[in-house]
Every structure is written in structure tokens, then in C-alpha cells.
Design a protein around this ligand. Structure first.
Ligand SMILES: Cc1cc2nc3c(=O)[nH]c(=O)nc-3n(C[C@H](O)[C@H](O)[C@H](O)COP(=O)(O)O)c2cc1C
Length: 369
């Protein structure tokens, strides 16, 4: 057995061969009228990365109305389910495991995606960000405050997407409650000014997320559900922290002890928050004592810091994002101490194969050197 903590198996609920997780990464390659994953792009891409203990797919919209970026795949139509079946088969054939990230961007969208209608959000507050539309980046607008009917519809959309995920052969689902998207907009007092039972108190601001979680666990065992949070997100994706932000996440994460989830997936701060009075700088360290289940940590980790955070006991699994874009064989590179390849930001979101399925493994790279 390897002496590297990252390369040891992990059994609770997930049962994975190593603790190296591929983080969810939007790549905007579903450039077809159905926004479905395809055999020649998505299946190849995810199959190449099947040596990860777990792959979490890119954010995948749970309904037409959940979308906010061009060419992202969905998990709400028959064609999309058929496309994902090819992907899950490829990953399983190669001995991997794959969860799908269920996504609703809320106000981080644009009317161009909704035939001119406004995107949905807890309150009509413009995040003053940009949305990546078919015609390029456009300024976001003040969204429509969701009615209770909109909330009920969205709960069912997530439930239906989870049902579709099971049909498509996924090993589980991750609820995207992170990075300034819909659930995060409900959690945060600067984006949620509601006066009904979904706004105001901390219990009210988290209600929608737990209603979705309860609906999703009716169609897939909770041991196959993960949830992602970014507690110290500040100044990006329209999020501004206040004094209630961290207590809200503490409340959510403690409440998740009442469930038996596959994992919670936390991100370390995306920006320097050392001068933000309400922020926590060390997320894994802060939240580990509050949670009894499996804790996955992400953001800015490398082989050394990943091994360290597991050995310290502050996390069970580490999700790597950008490193998995340019190193399909990241696990083998960690195993053998091979050099890591740099990613090219210019091709993160461009259509086609380039910068997507043409990063070689270390061995392929050596053969062609
Ligand atoms: C190109 C790109 C696309 C991303 N797409 C998603 C996404 O769909 N869902 C999500 O939760 N995070 C997404 N993220 C954030 C990553 O999952 C991860 O949190 C971030 O890259 C930091 O981890 P790293 O330092 O290991 O790259 C994306 C990041 C990048 C660079």
C-alpha cells in the first residue's frame, strides 16, 4: 500500500480506490442543440481521467431555466440522459466512479438564455457580474424574485435531475450549493432579502437547500449524495460576506450530521480573505470538528498539501480542479512522482477537442519527446 495518504482507499459510503477526486469543471463542450454530452468529447475526456478515486462532473443544469453559461450540458432531457449513459459506461469500464454535479445558477444568468425572461433568484438583486451567453459575456440583470411556486418547481427539477442521474448510470450526485449560485444566493443575506419562510433568519435562508436535499434523497440513497459549499467566498460570483455568513455555514454543516451523505465538499477561500473580518481563512481546519461524515476539501491543493491535509485529519478526500484539466493521469503522476503539466486557460471553455482531450499522459508525452 502507498505511503501517500492521497493514494490510500477510502471506504465509508463512497468506497473509492484513492482519495484523489476530480473537482467539477465547466468546460462548455456540449455545443449541440440538445446540450448533451457526446461520445467523441465528454466520454473520452472523463474516461481519460477514470483513475481518479472519484470524478465529479462539470455543473449540469437541472432544467432549461437553471442554465447560465453557453454550451454546458444538462440532465433534464432524454437526449442528455442518453449522452451521459455513454460517459458513465466509459468511466465504469475503465474502473472509475462518477458523480454528476446538479446545478442551478440562479441570478448568475442572463435573459438571453430564457427567451427574454428574467433569471430566477431569491430576491431581485443584480449580482453585477457577467454571464457567458451565446453572444459572449453580457452584464447580469436584476433577476426575478422566486415565487413559492417557482421554489416548488425547482425542488422538483432537482429531484427529476437526480432521477435522471440514476437512469444515466451515475454513482451519485453532488448538489452545487456553492460559488454564488442559486443555493448560495439563498444562504447569503446580501442576495436574499426575502421576508417569507425562505429569508430573514438563518434557519429560513437554508430551508430551500434542505427541501431540495430531502426531495433528492427520495430518489437516490443519501449515501450517494454530496453537497458543495464555499463558505468564505467573497468579492467574486456576486458574493459579499457578512457577519452571518460563517454562522450560516456552521449551521448547515452541523445539520448535515443528521444525514448520512456521501460527503460534504468544501472549498478553501478563492481569494485572499485575510482582511475580511467575517471570513474564515482555513476552511478544512475550521469545519472538520463540526462534521462527523466524510469531508472533501478543494482549492489550491497540490500533491504535498493534499497529502498533508489528509494526514492532519482535517479532510478525508481532496478534489483537484485545474491539475486534472492538464493531467488526465494525475493519480499515476502522484504515484510515480512524475512532473505535472501546466493547464492552458485559453482553452478552458472553447469548443472542440483542443485543450480538452488532447492533454497527453506522462507516458504518452515521454514517447513523443
Ligand atoms: C475551468 C473551470 C471550471 C469550473 N467549473 C466549476 C463547476 O462547474 N462547478 C464547480 O463547483 N466549480 C467549478 N470550478 C471550480 C473548481 O471546481 C475548483 O473549485 C477550482 O478550480 C479550485 O480548485 P483547484 O485549485 O484545484 O483548481 C471551475 C474551475 C475552473 C478553473
Amino acid at each position: 500500500m502507498s505511503t501517500q495518504a492521497l493514494l490510500t482507499p477510502y471506504h465509508k459510503n463512497l468506497n473509492v480506490k484513492n482519495r484523489v477526486v476530480m473537482a467539477p469543471l465547466t468546460r462548455s463542450r456540449a455545443a449541440n442543440t440538445d446540450n448533451k454530452p457526446t461520445a467523441d468529447l465528454h466520454a473520452v475526456y472523463y474516461g481519460q481521467r477514470a483513475s481518479a478515486g472519484l470524478i465529479i462532473t462539470e455543473g449540469s443544469q437541472v432544467s432549461k431555466c437553471a442554465v447560465g453559461y453557453v454550451n454546458t450540458p444538462g440532465i433534464h432531457s432524454k437526449a442528455q440522459v442518453e449522452g451521459w449513459k455513454i460517459v458513465t459506461k466509459e468511466v465504469h469500464d475503465k474502473g472509475g466512479k462518477i458523480f454528476i454535479q446538479l446545478w442551478h445558477v440562479g441570478r448568475m444568468s442572463h435573459p438571453d438564455f430564457h427567451n427574454g425572461d428574467l433569471p430566477l433568484a431569491p430576491s431581485a438583486i443584480n449580482p453585477n457580474e457577467q454571464s457567458y451567453t451565446p453572444e459572449g459575456f453580457k452584464d447580469t440583470v436584476a433577476p426575478k424574485a422566486m415565487t413559492k411556486e417557482d421554489i416548488q418547481t425547482t425542488i422538483l427539477d432537482f429531484q427529476n435531475a437526480a432521477k435522471n442521474a440514476v437512469e444515466a448510470g451515475f454513482d451519485g450526485v453532488e448538489i452545487h450549493s456553492s460559488n454564488g449560485y442559486l443555493f448560495h444566493q439563498f444562504f447569503n443575506g446580501t442576495s436574499n432579502h426575502r421576508t417569507d419562510e425562505y429569508g430573514g433568519s438563518l434557519e429560513n435562508r437554508v430551508r430551500f437547500f434542505f427541501e431540495v436535499l430531502d426531495a433528492v434523497k427520495e430518489v437516490i440513497p443519501q449515501q450517494q449524495i454530496g453537497a458543495r459549499f464555499n463558505p468564505s467566498l467573497n468579492g467574486v460570483f456576486g458574493m459579499t460576506m457578512d457577519e452571518e455568513t460563517i454562522p450560516t455555514f456552521e449551521y448547515i454543516i452541523k445539520k448535515l450530521n443528521d444525514y448520512d451523505l456521501a460527503y460534504i465538499h468544501l472549498s478553501e477561500p478563492f481569494t485572499d480573505v485575510s482582511k475580511i473580518p467575517f471570513a474564515v481563512e482555513n476552511i478544512a481546519e475550521h469545519f472538520r470538528p463540526l462534521y462527523n461524515g466524510t469531508l472533501m476539501i478543494n482549492a489550491g491543493f497540490n500533491q504535498e498539501s493534499g497529502n498533508k491535509v489528509i494526514a492532519s485529519g482535517n479532510a478525508d478526500l481532496v478534489a483537484f480542479g485545474k491539475l486534472f484539466i492538464s493531467n488526465p493521469d494525475l493519480v499515476e503522476r502522484f504515484e510515480n512522482g512524475y512532473e505535472l503539466a501546466k493547464w492552458n486557460e485559453d482553452t478552458f471553455y472553447t469548443p472542440g477537442k483542443e485543450g480538452y482531450i488532447d492533454y497527453p499522459t506522462f507516458k504518452e508525452q515521454e514517447q513523443h519527446a
